[in-house]
Design a protein around this ligand. Structure first.
Ligand code: ADP
Length: 491
């Protein structure tokens, strides 16, 4: 099968979060199974060019209609750890992708609407006719819309679209100008509740809704989150739309890339280990303590790795840090906040705790350090408010780092409480789960985990080993996507 992924991220060259990991990991596994996969990405000025091999211009004269004129683009081609990627660079005063950031600009909707149109235009002009176009999140929600409404009349009538939603919270809103810019025009047609009109703001078009309505298949990143999105407020206003399109909506759990995330061969950790030589993990713990200047004490290290924002339950992250200290554990936090208030708060905490030898806050994005933390920590806490899939608990499991998670979204599908889970026998349980989003619930789960570490170290070790025996690689999810692609190809 010939598959083209159109996305705003691909790890490690462009990574703001889990989306990048998923786009890369899925593509790699699909290729390993003999499918032909190509990726189309924006050419950001700030991406990690050191991860691209053989970057060259592949297509110089791409003209993309935009408002009443056209924007000239160059398309570059290069290999990102073996994956063929095309990077689109527009030459216009808008400077869409030369902003020193991936997201967070006022005109984000227009930037990615342009990217979506340019990606399709590139496919059309270069005579690429994939069986399936797989696009992701609101940034590429217009791809199926424009494919159906414009490009199918220009030789692209047999392409099918799979659309994956990684986060319902960001949906991409726009007004009339989007229709004028992209050439979709016809406001009366698109401002219809059956198409792109937002379910709550009648003056707004919703790009993610467009993706749902126009795609052949829609997925989100875990089965439990698919249920939540359709039945609870987690769908952020799109529950009704999902209900109308329920026949083509499903949840497929993300995988993690075992080549990149694997304690037996991880290029960023000093001591490799597996279930068979688990003791080696503790040497990484020693290195982690040295690197972060933590006390070499007989205490567990609890870690948090992730964005610091409302979705991630930032108040509980903060509480987990102080509660860990209170219970005689150490705490390591690696995170970045985009919201100035949250950022300032954690910088304040960092200064306040600066001389405490049992805690370290690393504020910013640091891929290399994250690997050492996964390998060196004993537990990882994930107290999210909502979590479509969550990769950090799966990576934690892989590294024998016991997850303590809130039972939402994909966390429900991946972590099974050691003491209370009803679905798995004791020898298959792998962590701790709490449900309420409050201090008490978090504390009781942390108490159980820390208590086991101090009082029953052999049982704690056994729990970590049980976590390591889970296979959350791309093996099963990739097969589920292939089955789905096959299904929509026959439509
Ligand atoms: P998100 O909601 O951000 O996509 P996920 O749990 O799905 O959350 O994926 C987060 C990914 O980003 C993981 O690979 C995690 O290790 C990584 N990550 C998050 N924050 C940081 C950081 N500050 N430094 C390094 N890696 C990070």
């Amino acid at each position: 099968m010939y598959i083209v992924q159109i996305a705003s991220e691909c790890a490690p060259v462009i990574k703001a979060g889990g989306l990048g990991d998923v786009v890369y990991g899925l593509s790699r596994e699909l290729e390993a199974r003999g499918h032909c996969v190509e990726l189309i990405l924006p050419k950001y000025d700030c991406m990690r060019y050191d991860h691209i091999w053989g970057l060259h211009d592949a297509y110089r004269d791409l003209w993309v209609p935009w408002y009443d004129g056209e924007i000239h683009c160059s398309v570059y081609c290069g290999w990102v750890h073996g994956r063929v990627c095309f990077f689109i660079e527009p030459h216009s005063q808008d400077n869409f992708f030369n902003r020193g950031c991936y997201y967070g600009c006022e005109d984000d909707t227009m930037r990615f609407a342009f990217f979506s149109k340019a990606a399709l235009q590139f496919l059309q002009h270069s005579n690429k006719r994939p069986d399936v176009i797989h696009c992701h999140d609101w940034q590429t929600g217009l791809v199926p819309v424009m494919l159906y409404e414009i490009f199918q009349y220009h030789g692209m009538g047999s392409q099918r679209v799979c659309y994956t939603i990684h986060n319902f919270k960001h949906q991409g809103f726009a007004g009339n100008e989007l229709l004028a810019a992209t050439g979709l025009n016809r406001p009366d047609h698109y401002f219809h509740y059956d198409r792109l009109r937002d379910n709550f703001n009648p003056f707004s078009l919703n790009l993610m809704k467009g993706g749902i309505v126009y795609s052949n298949a829609v997925t989100t990143v875990s089965p439990h989150h698919a249920w939540e999105a359709s039945h609870t407020e987690v769908g952020c206003g799109l529950g009704h739309t999902l209900h109308l399109h329920q026949g083509k909506f499903s949840g497929i759990l993300n995988g993690i890339d075992h080549d990149f995330w694997n304690p037996a061969g991880d290029r960023y950790i000093p001591y490799h280990y597996s279930r068979e030589d688990f003791e080696e993990k503790h040497k990484n713990t020693k290195t982690l303590r040295e690197r972060l200047m933590l006390d070499h004490a007989d205490k567990p290290i609890i870690a948090y790795i992730g964005r610091l924002d409302g979705q991630k339950g930032v108040h509980l992250v903060h509480h987990a840090m102080y509660y860990a200290l209170h219970r005689g554990a150490q705490f390591v936090l690696l995170g970045s906040a985009t919201e100035p208030g949250i950022n300032a708060h954690f910088w304040h905490e960092k200064h306040f705790l600066n001389n405490n030898p049992d805690v370290h806050l690393e504020l910013g994005f640091n891929e290399e350090l994250s690997h050492l933390i996964y390998a060196g920590a004993d537990m990882i806490v994930v107290p999210s408010n909502f979590e479509p899939c969550g990769l950090t608990q799966m990576i934690g499991l892989m590294y024998g780092t016991v997850p303590i998670v809130r039972g939402v979204g994909g966390l429900v599908n991946t972590v099974f409480d050691r003491d209370y889970d009803q679905t798995k026998p004791p020898e298959e349980r792998n962590g701790y789960v709490f449900y309420q989003s409050d201090y008490q619930a978090l504390e009781s789960a942390m108490d159980r985990a820390i208590g086991l570490w101090f009082e029953y170290p052999e049982e704690f070790r056994q729990l970590a080993l049980q976590g390591m025996s889970y296979d959350y690689s791309w093996k099963h999810p990739a097969q589920a996507y292939i089955d789905l692609y096959d299904q929509i190809r026959c439509q």
